[in-house]
Design a binder for this molecule. Structure first.
Ligand code: FAD
Length: 395
């Protein structure tokens, strides 16, 4: 039975919102999740690629939401050469509509309440403090009171803005994406493939994530400032015409991915942001599912602690930001610096990187091995990568 008041209200039942709710609920907080859509995970706006080690700590692996297992990444250079990257661990291409529901079910099983078709409209303030949420449910305006709001409302997040947090990112830090699910194609079933090059996807890449031997999510992400002359759809259509001329399109997705570093401010008095809403995405890969789940697990625990100690001020909630930085945020800052370099790499450099990858024996593949090989063959390139690390460490 839904109540008028909760300790915590979470806006959004994507991976970040569901994991946050579950960890807050199982640590003793009363939690309400509001989800705008009719069920979690729909519509799917994702290539659905995740690592086993990223999701396994948060949910028991279940065949129901795994479309395919991935063992290797295949990188394609602008000049047509390719290289396999082994040793990345097992990956999955998910069925996100089932996966997101499973995560949400887990939160509900641990005690969180869920209302779908509930569109959060604004924060409620009392005595200048955040004290609840106004939302629309089947045309009716409702309110719910709480001590804390958690914005897990995705890339287009409004919750942060309502609280006065600066959530805008630079145009070049938003990837504009288009993706088709293709059927009737031949793909390497166990490999996620990435195509690079200025004529293929300037400042980004095209991905082919197989869901089976003859279906795949095939998409493109272009940095916002590079997408004005020729749009991502035109690049993707050209690619598909060349590589999969007989494919059938069964699903089309448009969407944005924030490829900035995490926002400077992700908590204020009585409020926290998680997942895409906090820009907790890997700026190089554009992956945000695992990142949002990890952030949610930290935020949920801190929220429950805030409830127990009755401390909802930003000073206390910053514990979440500090823990996030320690666990992953600082690494993502490094990734952000690398992405800045990567965006500026020309085709010749990309060709050389793939060449290095080809030289590394399959069982010895690691980033360290790649850098070692790169230094041997091209000290200049290595200096660029090293600079990126140093810059990120200084910030
Ligand atoms: C084309 C594309 C491909 C991608 N591929 C990958 C990939 O392969 N691997 C990967 O890890 N990541 C990928 N991503 C990124 C990934 O989809 C996101 O990082 C991830 O979904 C973020 O999870 P989240 O819970 O923060 O937000 P979301 O999954 O976006 O969930 C937010 C939820 O909030 C709800 N909501 C929003 N506003 C309100 C409101 N006012 N009231 C109530 N509910 C609201 C929404 O309906 C939604 O259910 C891709 C993204 C795109 C666009």
């Amino acid at each position: 039975m839904v109540k008028d008041r909760y300790d915590v209200v979470v806006i959004g039942a994507g991976p970040a919102g569901s994991v946050t709710s579950r960890f807050a609920a199982e640590n003793g907080a009363s939690v309400l999740m509001l989800e705008r859509d009719r069920e979690p995970g729909i519509p799917v706006r994702c290539a659905e690629g995740v690592s086993h080690r990223g999701i396994a700590p948060f949910i028991e692996i279940d065949k129901r939401w795994i479309a395919n297992q991935i063992d290797v990444a295949k990188l394609h250079a602008p000049n047509g050469e390719s290289a396999y990257m082994y040793n990345n661990g097992t990956g999955y291409v998910l069925e996100r509509r089932i996966f997101d529901t499973a995560l949400c079910d887990l939160a509900v099983k641990r005690g969180a309440h869920l209302i779908t078709k509930a569109d959060a409209l604004d924060l409620i303030r009392e005595n200048n403090k955040i004290a609840g949420i106004e939302y629309k449910y089947f045309g009716e305006i409702r309110t719910v009171k709480c001590d804390m709001v958690i914005g897990a409302d995705g890339v287009e997040s409004r919750v942060g803005r309502w609280a006065g947090i600066k959530t805008a990112v630079r145009l070049e830090d938003i990837n504009t994406c288009v993706q088709y699910t293709l059927s009737d194609i031949d793909v390497e079933n166990n490999a996620c493939e990435f195509y690079f090059g200025s004529t293929i996807s300037p400042g980004g890449y095209i991905w082919v994530f197989p869901k089976s031997e003859n279906t795949a999510n095939v998409g493109i992400g272009l940095a916002g400032h590079l997408a004005h002359e020729k749009g991502p759809k035109e690049y993707l259509d050209e690619f598909i015409e060349k590589h999969f001329p007989d494919a059938k399109i069964t699903y089309t997705v448009f969407g944005g991915v924030p490829i900035s570093a995490t926002l400077k401010e992700i908590v204020r008095d009585n409020i926290m942001l998680v997942g895409d809403a906090a820009r907790q995405v890997n700026p190089i890969t554009g992956g945000g599912v695992v990142q949002g789940m990890l952030a949610g697990s930290i935020a949920g625990k801190v929220a429950a602690e805030a409830v127990k100690t009755r401390k909802f001020d930003a000073k206390f909630l910053k514990k979440y930001h500090r823990e996030w930085d320690k666990r992953l945020g600082n690494t993502l800052k490094t990734m952000f610096e690398l992405k800045e370099r990567f965006l500026r790499m020309n085709d010749e450099k990309l060709n050389r990187i793939i060449k290095f990858c080809q030289k590394i024996p399959r069982d010895e593949f690691s980033l360290k091995a790649l850098f070692t090989e790169a230094v041997k063959g091209d000290p200049g390139l290595m200096i660029e990568v090293a600079k990126a690390f140093i810059v990120s460490k200084m910030k």
